[in-house]
Write a protein that binds this ligand. Structure first.
Ligand code: ATP
Length: 260
């Protein structure tokens, strides 16, 4: 198997006396879809917040390795926007769009973040040129098509259905060209048809070369989508394996059903 693109070791986050995450080790390899599951309060969102620079870990290391260049970066202490620029993007459990901006503009913001990073990477030369603006619009429209929202491009984001807003968040995250995409409860609030479309979308995104780590409570989705499942409870890893392995793991059954 090729070298991991995400390497997490000994990750710990305390809030006062609460160990929200306790010595977690997790590697993600190129092309994988990994699900992070666990009962409410297990520490899943705190884990995402540590990976994406929202929280500073109490202990442990997080490394991101660009699969194309091989460049490895330690993420501890980095700001969220800088982490996005080096190839990891996310969506949120509570949708965070720009509600009064258009659907297209929401994706363009993600794209601006990427192109500005490239411009700064070469030589700083102020605002985007007309050609760059055209590239941003074209790419953003292409991404809207991918997430099935091209017909609503000019609608205000707040007018979209809940499921469509979740897809828009994915489109905006993709605009930053992540090689690793973190999805926090992407199916929450979706009806069965929307969830089915989401599964197809996530599989397509993965085929295009993005690796995916997702938090999800919809077990049907998790079981049908994941290569590997990582299970947490009270901040600790309690199991890890293929969907079949995790489904029959006694510790997982106990955590979910409270059985002895
Ligand atoms: P859910 O599935 O309900 O979203 P989760 O697995 O994402 O839960 P977290 O939200 O990460 O769990 O919470 C893990 C623990 O850390 C909980 O006990 C929670 O109360 C605590 N916690 C999370 N964020 C904070 C914070 N900012 N301050 C204090 N405690 C926190």
């Amino acid at each position: 198997m090729s070298e991991a693109i995400l390497q997490v070791s000994g990750l710990t986050k305390n809030f006062g006396g609460i160990k929200a995450i306790d010595k977690i080790d997790l590697d993600i390899h190129p092309g994988e879809i990994v699900a992070l599951i666990g009962p409410n309060g297990a520490g899943k969102t705190t884990f995402f917040n540590c990976l994406t620079g929202i929280y500073t870990p109490t202990a442990g290391d997080i490394y991101l390795r660009n699969p194309e260049t091989g460049k490895k970066t330690r993420l501890n202490g980095m700001k969220p926007n800088n982490i996005t620029k080096i190839g990891m993007a996310r969506t949120f459990q509570n949708i965070r769009l720009f509600p009064s901006m258009s659907v297209l503009e929401n994706v363009m913001i993600g794209r601006h973040c990427r192109t500005k990073a490239l411009i700064l990477g070469a030589i700083f030369r102020g605002p985007a040129t007309r050609r760059e603006e055209e590239e941003i619009v074209d790419t953003s429209r292409g991404l809207l098509k991918k997430v099935g929202l091209h017909r609503q491009a000019n609608e205000e984001a707040r007018n979209l259905s809940y499921g469509a807003q979740r897809r828009l968040e994915i489109g905006r995250a993709l605009a930053t060209e992540p090689f690793l995409l973190l999805l926090d409860e992407p199916a929450a609030g979706m009806n069965p048809q929307e969830t089915e479309a989401l599964v197809t979308l996530i599989k397509a995104i993965c085929k295009e070369g993005h690796s995916i780590l997702l938090i999800e409570h919809d077990m049907k989705l998790v079981m049908s989508l994941s290569d590997r499942i990582f299970v947490m409870d009270y901040g600790k890893k309690i199991a890890q394996g293929t969907p079949e392995e995790v489904r029959s793991n006694p510790a997982v059954i106990k955590a979910y059903l409270g059985e002895d």
